[in-house]
Design a binder for this molecule. Structure first.
Ligand code: ATR
Length: 273
C-alpha cells in the first residue's frame, strides 16, 4: 500500500530528510513518498488540517514548530512528554500521536561505536531545544554529571533544573568560563548553533586528549571548526550528521514497524552535502 510522509518547518528548502527517507523507501521496496512542506510560524494549525485532509500517514516537525506542535497531538509518547517537544508524528485515522526521536538519534552513534556514557563527566555547550533532548539522553544513560555552559546563564540554569529533576547531577555556568579550560571532561557536546555559519569553535578545546569524545550537533558544514580543533587533539569524533541520521532511522522504525536500512540512509544523507 502506498503511504505518504512529510517534514514541515520553516526554512525547509535545504532539509535532507526527503533524501534520507526516499532512499530508505527505495531500499525496502516501499511504495511511499516523503515531501518537505514549508509551513511558516503562525500557520501550523491550518497546516496540520491540510495534512489530515490529504490523509498523510506521518510527518516530521522541525524549527520553529517542535514545541507548538504538542498542542495538536491526540496522544503523546513518553519520549515526547519528557522532552516537551515533538519531532515525529503518526496519523492513524485522524488520530495524531507524537514522539521525540532526537534523544535516541543523539544516543545512536554512542551505541554504534560502543562508546560508554555511564559514569562519565559531560560538558554540554548550549541550552536550547536540542540541548534538552541531549540532557534527557545523558540522564537515561546515567552519566555521572553534566556541566551546562551557555551564553545566557538563565537558560543554562533552567536546563540544569530539568536535569536534576530527571536525576542527573548538573551545574550551570556561562560559556566563557570554559572557553580555554575544557579539560577534565570525558564528553564535550556542542549543542549551540555556533558553527552553522562557519564561525570559529565556541571554546578552544585546549587540554582535551585522545580519549575525549567530542560531539558537534551542527552538521553543515560537516567539518566545523569545533570538529577540526578536536581532530587536532586526536579526540574521538561524533559528527552532527550522525544524530540527524539517528533520529531519521528511529522515525522510520516508528512509521514502518521494521528495521531501517541504515547504510542506504547514510549514503543518501552524505550524498546530499
Ligand atoms: P536548537 O533548537 O537548535 O537547540 P535554540 O533552541 O535556538 O536552537 O538554541 C540555540 C542555542 O545556541 C542556545 O543555547 C543559544 O544560547 P542562548 O541561550 O544564549 O541564546 C546558543 N547560541 C546561539 N547563538 C550563539 C552565539 N553566537 N554564541 C553562543 N551561543 C549561541
Amino acid at each position: 500500500m502506498s503511504k505518504s510522509f512529510a517534514v514541515i518547518g520553516d526554512p525547509i528548502d535545504h532539509s535532507l530528510s526527503p533524501n534520507i527517507h526516499s532512499a530508505a523507501f527505495r531500499e525496502m521496496n516501499l511504495d511511499s513518498s516523503y515531501i518537505a512542506y514549508r509551513i511558516p510560524k503562525g500557520e501550523l494549525e491550518e497546516g496540520i488540517e491540510g495534512l489530515k485532509k490529504i490523509k498523510i500517514d506521518g510527518f516530521n516537525i522541525t524549527i520553529p514548530h517542535k514545541i507548538e506542535m504538542m498542542k495538536y497531538l491526540d496522544k503523546i509518547d513518553e519520549s515526547c512528554s519528557l522532552i516537551g517537544a515533538v519531532n515525529t508524528v503518526t496519523n492513524t485515522n485522524g488520530i495524531l500521536k507524537g514522539y521525540n526521536t532526537d534523544m535516541d538519534g543523539f544516543l545512536e552513534p554512542f551505541k554504534k561505536k560502543k562508546l560508554n556514557i555511564a559514569n562519565t563527566k559531560v560538558l554540554l555547550l548550549g541550552a536550547g531545544g536540542a540541548a534538552r533532548a541531549i540532557v534527557a539522553g545523558f540522564a537515561k544513560e546515567k552519566a555521572s554529571s553534566i556541566t551546562i555552559a551557555n551564553r545566557t546563564l538563565e537558560n543554562a540554569k533552567n536546563l540544569s533544573e530539568f536535569a536534576k529533576k530527571i536525576r542527573l547531577n548538573a551545574n550551570a555556568i556561562k560559556i566563557e568560563e570554559v572557553k580555554d579550560t575544557a579539560k577534565n571532561f570525558d564528553i564535550i557536546v556542542n549543542a549551540t548553533s555556533v558553527g552553522l555559519k562557519d564561525e570559529s569553535s565556541p571554546i578552544s578545546l585546549e587540554g582535551i586528549n585522545e580519549k575525549t569524545i567530542v560531539y558537534d550537533i551542527v552538521y553543515i558544514p560537516i567539518n566545523t571548526d569545533f570538529i577540526k580543533k578536536a581532530k587536532e587533539k586526536n579526540a574521538i569524533i561524533i559528527y552532527g550528521y550522525e544524530m540527524l541520521l539517528g533520529q531519521a532511522v528511529r522515525a522510520f522504525e516508528i512509521w514502518h514497524d521494521m528495521e531501517a536500512p541504515y547504510s542506504a540512509m547514510k549514503k543518501a544523507l552524505l550524498g546530499g552535502f
